[in-house]
Design a protein. Sequence first.
Lengths: 955, 489
Amino acid sequence: MKRRPLPAPASRAALAFAVLGALVAPACSQTSTVVAVRSMERPKDVDFVCLLHTADDHWRGAPLSKCQSDDASNPIESQDYHLHAVVTQESRGELAVVDLGRGPADSSAALVKTDPRTLGYSFLPVGRIPTDVAADPNGEAVFVASGADRRIDILPAEMVRGPADTFYESGEALPWPKIDLSVADGVAASLAVVRDPVIGDRLYASLPDAIPAPKLAVFDLSKGALAPTRLADVTLGTKATAHVGAPTPACDTTSGQPWWATYEACFGGTLPKPKAPTQPTSTRNHLAGIAVVGGKLFAADDAAPVVHVFDLATGVEEQQIGVGSATARLAVSEPVPDEITVDNYAAITTCETMGWLGDGLDHSADSAVVAKLPTPGRCVAHRYVYAVDLVNADAGNGSLIVLDVPVVLARDATGAITKETLDVPGTEMKSPLYCDSPAFPMRRVPLGIYGLGGVNGIPIRAIAFSKHDPPSNASKHGVRCVGWGYNQNPKHAGAEFDATVATKIGAADRRNDEIAWAGSVSPQRLRGVFGLAALSNGSLAVVDVDDYDSLCRGPVETLGAKATGEVTTKVVQRHHPRLARVYNTDARGILNVTLSAGGVVLSNDTTSASGLAHPHLIPFGTTDDRVALAQDVPFALTAETWAATFEGAIPGYVGAAGTFGPTQDPTGGAAFYGLLDPAGHYCRRGVEAPATSAQEATNDFVQITDAICQGNSCSAADHATCQTYFGLDTDSTLLPTRELAIGRTFEDRVEIVKHGDFDKDGKFLWSDAASDTAWQKKLKTCFPGLTRYTVRARASWLVQGSASGYLHRRIPSVATDPSALCVDDATKPRVFHGRAYELPALKKDVKETPIATDESCVAYAGAPVPLFVNPAIKLAIRAGTAPSTRDMMFSLQLRNIAVPLALSISTLPRSVKSLARWELGVDKLNWQQVAVVDSIDRGLSLFSMGDVATSRNFP
Amino acid sequence: MGFHRSSFARAGLVAVLASGCYSSGGRGKPPIDDEMYFPVAVSVTTSGNVLVVANSDFDLAYNSGTVQAYDLAAIDAAARACEATPVPAGCDGIEAKTYVKASVRVGAFASDMTIVPLYDLASGDAPTREKPVAGVSRALIPVRGDATLTYIDVRESTDATGKTNVTLDCYAGAGPSQLGNDCDANHRVGQVATADARQLTLEGEPFAIAVPSYWSCPAISGGKCSQEPARSNGVAGIVHQVSGDVSVFRNTQKNGEAPTLAYTLSGLPASGDAIAALDLEPTTSTESFVPRFLVANRSQASLLLTSYIGDDGNPDRSALVASSLIPISLQATGYDTRGILVDPPGAGESRPTRVFLSSRSPASLIVGHIDPVSGSLLFYENVPLPIGPSRITRSTFTDASGIARSRIYVASYDSAYVVAYDPDARRLGAVIKAGRGPYSIAIDATRKLGYMANFIDGTIQVIELDADKHPDWYEQVIFTMGKPQGPRS
């Protein structure tokens, strides 16, 4: 293909006008050229490169730090350095370039037109299906991996803005070098460029499809980024994988156990052991996302349940960290101290300001408050690895794994960090939400919309950390917000700092800076270290890691007069979703408690005779609240409507149909009379029926809802008999002869042990089903073949939440057996249930005794325990003087405004990257922004961390 | 000034949906029997020798649609010749009629097609799934124009010269190599109420069809099977586009017998769009096999799981029940699902059954699987696609290590691309430029070729799928069969 010459840079504007003129002028040739107008199309990954605009109108690559902004968002360099974003275009096999300008506030930022001969924007051609882009921090080149061609394109930095010929036929050579990978290598999935005095100048490429096993390819860049040489391959280690699951964490309760342990004790039981994490079993590895920090390369594995850690200095895989599920992507945080609280505030502040954080030394002799830390005398620093599991049926797909990696930070005499060492063998998997609610997964953080109620509903698509540390209204970096004055810490009777340390760090002055931050503290102000998770639905969720404002978020009584006055200090917790709003006194509660029947509201006023006839809810404490929150953790409550329905229908049986008759016993016993419905799912839908016949009066029951004699299957005489005995399906109240008490339950069948019947005097009674062959014959006659039915609770109230659903613990004994016997899930605590049982009606002139708010059981002779407690609410129902009637319903609304902060920043995000580049504790870029790549319509978006608002958008 | 066909096609779709008419074709001229015209579905017969193409007559330019049989051996020869030709462009524009072996006329607006094997089973005989009737396949075609399930038995034979002859048997007197006959009323099931026990007629707008490829009879007594669905020799589910209801047919694979409409499950979310059989492999259950269908619609961000509950005592009373609603929660909106594909593990693979959805809201391929522990369908990933994704197809070819690997192909109708997705590597493998309106893709496992029907162009593009023998052409268009139709006035 003969190429048209490209213009010199200085003549590009003139050429653009010429092209435009040519197109708008009358046609001079017989064939017109169709010019494709480019905008981003299925962009995937982004990185950043700094370019210097020279005096002769050329662009030259520069170290990333040359594009650094100062704290007022002004460029630190006087020369014309521009930060550029390079964005892969997956569908078209191109690289888009965005000139972000000289600083975060530069309004001239725009997409770059790399081929001046075309109208509109034009992008650089690279290998097909570009999967990853990595810019050299020294600014020499940009590397692009192809997911379809075995090549890594190396674009010289000075060429990324063009002018470049962007019209290439398939297979045609591009005008820049490339790395060719072999057939055995396969394609490169992820790239990382490292410029490190110890490790050297390196390009790392993960090769997940390499034969015979995945590996890292290491390229030497010491002779220039444009001439890499393959130095070595790092293969996966053979050492046994180690699981780092933390032991059950201690909770902030008197017993150290979670709150629901007291309810479990009501039944004489102990807290069930949570499911053990899955041990790594996969024999296949497939490397996924990577991250490089502190001389280590962390790699997710989307086939095996491990995170790989490679030591870059030695060039070996150091460890495979067992995490229980395959992971797709990961990120590593900046070092942070222990989670700060009112109690350890003085110690942590001392550690940070004295430069002791992570130094590995014992400072007990230097500071009494540091000596009192849980790690006496030592200022521990952590890096956190956030890995996103690909598939996790228990916790929800795409939820977050949190690994705590201790770090040691060596410092010079000035306090500057000179070296960082990661203690990879000391890694521990955290259980951040364990104490909040039994509904949360033990070792995962769900962030999707169902995150506040249990398993994750919306997977994380991309993950990153951002450390944002603006000193704009104070004089120092790293200043935290506090709500109390100097030496007025509510938890300290006297001076909170050691005297000598206080003098050294200028504690009194520093406190002025700290108090200054309290002025405009809000959930939208992100100061500190945060996890940023782009969800598959386009939202950007924020995870609190080390919020510098956390000590200003909570009750005034606890945090001082300058605090926000929120109802609890638990609004900001490490590894918890960041809440979107201030959690004040109106944050949560129970509203609109009503009793109704058939849509008519009933009185349950216990002071009147008519009210006493109906069941009522027993009040808690002295507040007359009829329903109480099971616990008061904002993250664990979901705003929803709860309903308790007397003898309510179990969800899932609308339209269900099955066959009555003798049925095989899947456990190998004798055949029994039962209902067979292969789509019944009696275990998973929570049908409950104790196995002992003594309790059949409270067993769930099948209610036949079908018409008799369907398909004209009966004679006239039979039809009359059927109608007399079973009534019609259209009757306003179905006859009790249509009710069949359930015995044993299996996933696809239930045993019918009793059936509703009439004696010779027409009085209702329960009859044995198995031995009553006449009744069996009658049932067969009246309901031949498939029969529609529903399943209801007996003599109890079925409790359901509009979001949480009907909770229960029933599961098939063998998950993969469609006919398995139903059993209780021994790993689930008893608060997972949906049945409330009535207390007996009050005797005449006996007044109701309120239940203590912290009560878990309510003493009452007889099982089951009548105080209903589930993960959200607790209530107790007192029977009325008249029996409760079927479908009578208590309903209530649970209000909770603790919704997570989720920014609607994209439609289908693929990548999140911070515009901060921290090197040994110093931000070398300091743009205070985060970039998000959306594959559908928004292209590249930048948003400010200071107010979580979108600042710029390049579609 | 003329309309572009694509604009016309959209306008036509709107007009048809708005009017709710079920035209069996325009009043105009008869169709050209050996040319494609708005091809909507392509499928390969069970012998692997014939490509069946359903043409929808979407703009009612003719008085009926057509169903054509194409000679795959001849197409294969042309493809290989093209690959050897230095200038591939020279192969484009090959006349479709060169390869047409037979053609019949059906109602307008055929909307989908599946091809199944047939079995010679008397009622109650034990099924012998491994022994289908040789030389015959059945094309099951939902036709919106006349609201029928039209079925055509594709009979293949070899004459004395070794030449393959094809009979599209859907009318009296059908014979090899015939063109231009109408499928008769007996082969348009659903119009006559007395033809089934429940006195049902097929609802309007039958849009997509799915057939479980597995059925068994665990309890055989005296060589007889009395259990559904084996007793019925297979079932098929059809989703209706406007109502979203789902109809189920019995006797779909019984040689010599017509399918019968068994049940219509109504009251479902409107705008049904896609259906797939969930159970494609044998189960170990000792009970009757319960065929299940996943149903998608354009109005809700969820899938419906339906189950065919056979009535062994009276198969005519068998029913389809709604088992569960599966939320599609991982998308920003997620309510416009256009295709479903179930991908069970192949030989040598130890993985769960995967399920793929093509969604237009936003344009993405949604990936999920059947959790082996809970049995639940869970979606865990969405991959961006070019705008307007439609149907999904998979190829399953055995790799060098003897493991059957799936590759997923999604046709993006609006943007004229077909995307290849590697579900094991979790990334796109290729983005293939198609003609206008790519919609349906058939995989030729014998020749490792793909056939992509371009609805608007009225062409079929032949795609190389053999990475080992033809790496330079892998996942590229080898040639286009038929000339793209230009704008029409």
